[in-house]
Design a protein around this ligand. Structure first.
Ligand code: H79
Length: 591
C-alpha cells in the first residue's frame, strides 16, 4: 500500500489496488425470497409487478377510530404511531380504540373497485402494524379484529376475496419487528405492566404463525411487505424469511432485516431524483400527510402532483404505491376519493404510457418526463408533457432516430416531426389536451439512437461530473445528503449521514490515467472518503476549507481507468473519519 503526500496541498491520498470485497462493497445481502432461481425466472416472477407500475397501499387499524387523537391531543403527525407517541398503555388502547373499532360502512367490493378505477393493479394492506393488532382472524392471538372488536369481521379475508374477484393483485403489510402489544415485540418502552419475554419468543409465538396464516388462509398472496427492519438473530430472520416460500410466486420488499434486499428496494415518501440503477424499486407515499387516518390531516396532494408523480416514477423505472387511509367508519374521505377518480380519468386515456413501460432512455427533460416500451423491432417513446411549450415546438434532446409516427395520446391527432442537430422537434397544437400531463407518442423504427444521457468527455478530454447528475444513495430517499444550490450552483450538501454515498455513471473513450479534481467545501477538521473506481480505489483526506461556503479545487490524486465504455465512480464516506462536505463537482483530467 503506497501512501502519497503532496507537499503544499492539505490533501492526503492513500491508494490501494484491491480491497477485500466485504470492506467497501455493501454487505452482500441475503438472497431474495427465491434464492435458487435464475435471472430469467426472477424477471418472470416480477413481470406482472414491473408492468403494473401503480398500486394502492392501505393503512387501516384500530388507531383509525380516533383519527390520531388521544385525550383531545394529536400526539403525532402519522396516526398509526399514536399509541407510541402518546405512550398509551395497552389497557387504554384497548378501551379507547380496540373496543370501539366498528367500521360498519366498510364495503370491500366497493373499496377494490375504487382502486381499480384509479388504475391501480395491486393492493397492499396493513395486516398488522407496529401496534400489534391483527386486522385478520389471527389463530395465535385473540388481539385481532374478529375476536376483540365489535365489528367481528375478517377484513383481510373480505379484501383478499374482493381483489381475487376483480383481478387485483393482493399483498400484506406486516410489521415483523415492532409489536407494542406482545411482551417480546420491539418498541414499547412505556407500558411498565409488560412482563418481558425475548424477541425470539415473540417471533416464534406470534410473528411467524401469523405470517404463516396470512400466507396460507387468504388465497393467492402476491406481495409480502415487511417494515422497519431491526437487528435480529439469524434464527428469527430465517424463520420469518422462510414463511414467504409458502406462496411460490410471491414478491417481497427489502425491509425484513438489515442487509436483506428482498426483491425490491423501497423509498418512503420521497421519489429518488435519478433512476436507481440495476434494481427493482417502489416509492410508497401517503396521499395526504399521515399514513393512517388522521382527523386534522387536510394535507392532500393535488391530483396534478399525484399524476405527475406517477409519470415521474415510471420514467425512472419504478412503481408507485399510493397510500390511502380508511376512517373508523371504513370509508375514505371525499378528498381521497376525488383524487383517485381524477387519476383514473387520466389513466383511462393514458395508461398505455404507464403500464408495461420501462425507464426513460433520455436525459433530463425540461418539459416533463418520458417512458419507453419496446415493441417488435421498434420502440415507443411516451413523452409526458407537463409544461406545454408556448411556441408549439417540443424538443426531444439527443434523439437521432427515425420517427415512424407521432401523435397525441388523447385523440390520436397526428403530429409533424423534424430533425435538427440538437434532437427531434415535435410540432404541437396550441392547446394542451390535458393541463396536468399530455402524452405525445413517438414511434421509432429500429434501435434507439440517442446522444445524451451519460456524461461525455469535453473537447480537452476532461469529464465533468456535476452534483446534479450524481446518484445519491441515501437510505430510502432520506435527505441526509441531497442536492442543494448555493449561488445558483448545485452541490451535494447536508451530507451528515456517513452511510450515504454518491455515484456517477459516465462514458470513457480513452482509458488511462486521470487526475481527479474536486470542487468542494469542508466546514471543520478534515474529512476522509473513498474514491472508488472499477480498477482503483483511494482514501482521500481533505482539510477544512474554512466553511461550507468556501469552495476550493482540490486534487484527489491520479487514478487509472483501464477500459473504455461505461464506467462509474463512487464517493463514500470513511466511517469514523467523515466530516460533512459540500461537493459541487469532480473533473477527471486525462493525463
Ligand atoms: O407504515 C408507515 C410508517 O408507520 C412506517 N412505514 C410506513 C410505510 C414507519 N415506521 N417507522 N418509520 C416509518 C420511520 C420512523 C418514523 C418516525 Fe415518526 C418519525 C417515528 C417517529 C418520528 C412519523 C412521524 C411517524 C411518527 C411521527
Amino acid at each position: 500500500m503506497a501512501v502519497m503526500r503532496k507537499a503544499g496541498v492539505t490533501c492526503c491520498v492513500i491508494f490501494f489496488a484491491l480491497l477485500g470485497p466485504m470492506l467497501w462493497a455493501e454487505q452482500a445481502g441475503m438472497a431474495g425470497s427465491q434464492s435458487q432461481e435464475t435471472a430469467e425466472q426472477r424477471s418472470e416472477r416480477l413481470q406482472w409487478w414491473n408492468a403494473a407500475r401503480f398500486g394502492m397501499f392501505v393503512h387501516w387499524g384500530v388507531y383509525s377510530v380516533t383519527g390520531g387523537e388521544y385525550k383531545g391531543k394529536m400526539p403525532t403527525n402519522s396516526a398509526e404511531w399514536m399509541m407510541n407517541k402518546a405512550r398509551i398503555p395497552i389497557a387504554d388502547y384497548k378501551t379507547e380504540n380496540v373496543d370501539k373499532f366498528n367500521p360498519t360502512e366498510f364495503d370491500a367490493k366497493a373499496f377494490v373497485e375504487l382502486a381499480k378505477e384509479a388504475g391501480m393493479k395491486y393492493l397492499v394492506i396493513t395486516a398488522k402494524h407496529h401496534d400489534g393488532f391483527a386486522m385478520f382472524h389471527s389463530k395465535c392471538s385473540p388481539y385481532n379484529v374478529v375476536d376483540a372488536t365489535p365489528f367481528g369481521r375478517d377484513i383481510m379475508k373480505e379484501l383478499a376475496d374482493a381483489c381475487a374477484e376483480q383481478g387485483i393483485r393482493f399483498g400484506f403489510y406486516y410489521s415483523q419487528c415492532q409489536d407494542w402489544h406482545h411482551p417480546g415485540g420491539m418498541g414499547n418502552s412505556w407500558d411498565k405492566t409488560i412482563e418481558r419475554v425475548s424477541f425470539d419468543e415473540y417471533v416464534r409465538e406470534k410473528a411467524v404463525p401469523e405470517a404463516k396464516q396470512l400466507l396460507t388462509d387468504y388465497g393467492p398472496i402476491s406481495i409480502f411487505w415487511w417494515d422497519t427492519p431491526r437487528e435480529m438473530s439469524k434464527e428469527a430472520f430465517e424463520s420469518l424469511h422462510g414463511v414467504t416460500a409458502l406462496q411460490p410466486g410471491i414478491i417481497t420488499n427489502d425491509r425484513l432485516g438489515k442487509n436483506s434486499p428482498g426483491d425490491y428496494k423501497t423509498f418512503e415518501r420521497n421519489i429518488p431524483r435519478l433512476a436507481p440503477a440495476g434494481q427493482d424499486w417502489e416509492v410508497c407515499m401517503p396521499i395526504s400527510g399521515s399514513w393512517g387516518y388522521k382527523k386534522s390531516d387536510t394535507n392532500f396532494k393535488s391530483a396534478s402532483t399525484l399524476i405527475r408523480n406517477l409519470a415521474d416514477i415510471a420514467s425512472k423505472g419504478g412503481n408507485y404505491l399510493l397510500n390511502v387511509s380508511p376512517t373508523g367508519e371504513g370509508t375514505l374521505l371525499p378528498e381521497a376519493v376525488d383524487r383517485l377518480k381524477a387519476i383514473g380519468r387520466w389513466m383511462k386515456t393514458n395508461s398505455e404510457s404507464i403500464y408495461g413501460t420501462t425507464a426513460s432512455p433520455l436525459g433530463r427533460l425540461a418539459w416533463g418526463r418520458c417512458t419507453k416500451k419496446e415493441v417488435g423491432d421498434g420502440t415507443i417513446l411516451y413523452l409526458h408533457v407537463f409544461d406545454w411549450p408556448e411556441d408549439g415546438e417540443l424538443l426531444v434532446p439527443g434523439l437521432k432516430s427515425q420517427i415512424e409516427q407521432a401523435y397525441l395520446m388523447a385523440d390520436s391527432t397526428a403530429l409533424e416531426t423534424r430533425r435538427q442537430d440538437s434532437g427531434i422537434v415535435v410540432a404541437l397544437p396550441a392547446r394542451a389536451p390535458d393541463s396536468i400531463n399530455s402524452v405525445v407518442v413517438l414511434k421509432v423504427r429500429g434501435a434507439l439512437d440517442i446522444e445524451a444521457g451519460l456524461a461525455m468527455p469535453n473537447e480537452e478530454g476532461s469529464l465533468v461530473l456535476s452534483a446534479d447528475v450524481a446518484y445519491i444513495h441515501n437510505n430510502e430517499g432520506a435527505d441526509q445528503a441531497r442536492v442543494q444550490h448555493q449561488e445558483d450552483t448545485p452541490n451535494i450538501g447536508y451530507w451528515t449521514d456517513e452511510n450515504a454515498w454518491v455515484e456517477w455513471s459516465f462514458q470513457v473513450d480513452r482509458p488511462g490515467q486521470y487526475e481527479i479534481i474536486a470542487e468542494l467545501a469542508v466546514e471543520q477538521d478534515s474529512s476522509r472518503f473513498l474514491v472508488d473506481l472499477p480498477d482503483q480505489q483511494g482514501l482521500v483526506e481533505v482539510a477544512s476549507t474554512g466553511g461550507y461556503g468556501n469552495y476550493v479545487h482540490r486534487s484527489l490524486g491520479k487514478f487509472s481507468i483501464d477500459k473504455a465504455g461505461k464506467c462509474s465512480l463512487r464517493i463514500k464516506p470513511d466511517k469514523g473519519h467523515w466530516q460533512p462536505i459540500n461537493l459541487r463537482k469532480l473533473v477527471l483530467k486525462k493525463q
